[in-house]
Ligand binder design. Structure first.
Ligand SMILES: Nc1ccn([C@@H]2O[C@H](COP(=O)(O)O)[C@@H](O)[C@H]2O)c(=O)n1
Length: 279
């Protein structure tokens, strides 16, 4: 935490102003889902598809090659977002094109998720249940695959009605075969107003001026840009990878940085306090 007084001030304000003005805006992959377990990487929503049995061996290899080429660029602290943006568009476009060639069936998604190694962060149920019980909107803004992440939440029994998702959604033909990804393409570094303005959630997003924002990348910090009248915002960043190299940037950018923390304990504790369940 770079500025504990600021954090204290914001948390006090969020508590004082109450739940009616509060919303949570969160990234999904590696923020609500786990980055690793027992020394192994957990899959992102894209990886859930990439690693599944419905992808040919050749397709799987090509998708892995893309990941190994572009992921280091995505998290490179020495490149600017401007440099990264066109390369991220290239990654997502090439990966989506490969997925399109695999004739994925809508009816297979639930099984693909069930058979995957995806894991949500520890104590994620407490997080989702607290928000649901207090009618606090949770807006998930993800550059992953919407159909897949929704299924992850459904299978974890946490996809409550207070949740809205903006993400990359698949478009299936009348036989239920994947034919394209819907526009606009969302990648790590365009999670902002330009994308949100085109969605039906934009209006809803603007109706609550106190925000808790959860992310794991520098790109996630612009997720609340669509809220015109922000009064208080607390940003919490999960620093999962290349911790020593990225620490400085994360501490400058996020109010609270959680290093290699696979739980939602800190977020749950803050929520508990704001919601008045703690003194
Ligand atoms: N083909 C791809 C493209 C992206 N990823 C990773 O998924 C993450 C999705 O973004 P969130 O907004 O939900 O965090 C992103 O950070 C990429 O590393 C992938 O695995 N495969």
């Amino acid at each position: 935490m770079k500025n504990p007084e600021h954090v204290q001030r914001v948390i006090s304000a969020l508590r004082k102003e109450g739940t009616d003005k509060l919303q949570v805006i969160s990234d999904f992959d590696m923020t609500l889902s786990r980055f690793g377990f027992n020394g192994r990487r957990c899959p992102t929503s894209h990886n859930i598809l990439d690693n599944s049995r419905v992808i040919s061996e050749e397709g799987r290899k090509k998708l892995k090659d893309l990941l190994h080429y572009y992921y280091p660029i995505e998290i490179d602290p020495n490149r600017t977002m401007e440099e990264k943006r066109p390369l991220m568009v290239e990654w997502w476009t090439r990966a989506h094109d490969l997925l399109l060639q695999q004739k994925i069936l809508k009816s297979d998604i639930a099984k693909i998720v069930r058979e995957s190694e995806v894991m949500l962060r520890d104590r994620v149920n407490t997080f989702f249940d607290q928000l649901h019980q207090h009618n606090i909107p949770l807006f998930i803004f993800s550059a992953g695959v919407g159909d897949v992440l929704e299924e992850v939440l459904r299978q974890a029994k946490v996809f409550h009605p207070n949740i809205n998702v903006v993400s990359n959604y698949m478009d299936f033909d009348d036989k239920g075969v994947l034919r394209q990804f819907k526009e606009p393409l969302i990648h790590t570094y365009n999670k902002n107003n330009a994308v949100l303005e085109k969605t039906e959630h934009f209006q809803l997003l603007s109706s609550r001026s106190n925000i808790i924002l959860l992310g794991d990348s520098m790109g996630d910090l612009s997720m609340a840009d669509g809220v015109a009248n922000v009064e208080n915002i607390l940003t919490i960043g999960f620093l999962n990878d290349k911790v020593d190299e990225q620490r400085g940037k994360y501490r400058d950018a996020y109010d609270i940085v959680l290093e290699k923390d696979e739980t939602l304990d800190v977020v749950n504790g803050i929520l508990c306090y704001i919601l008045g369940d703690l003194n």
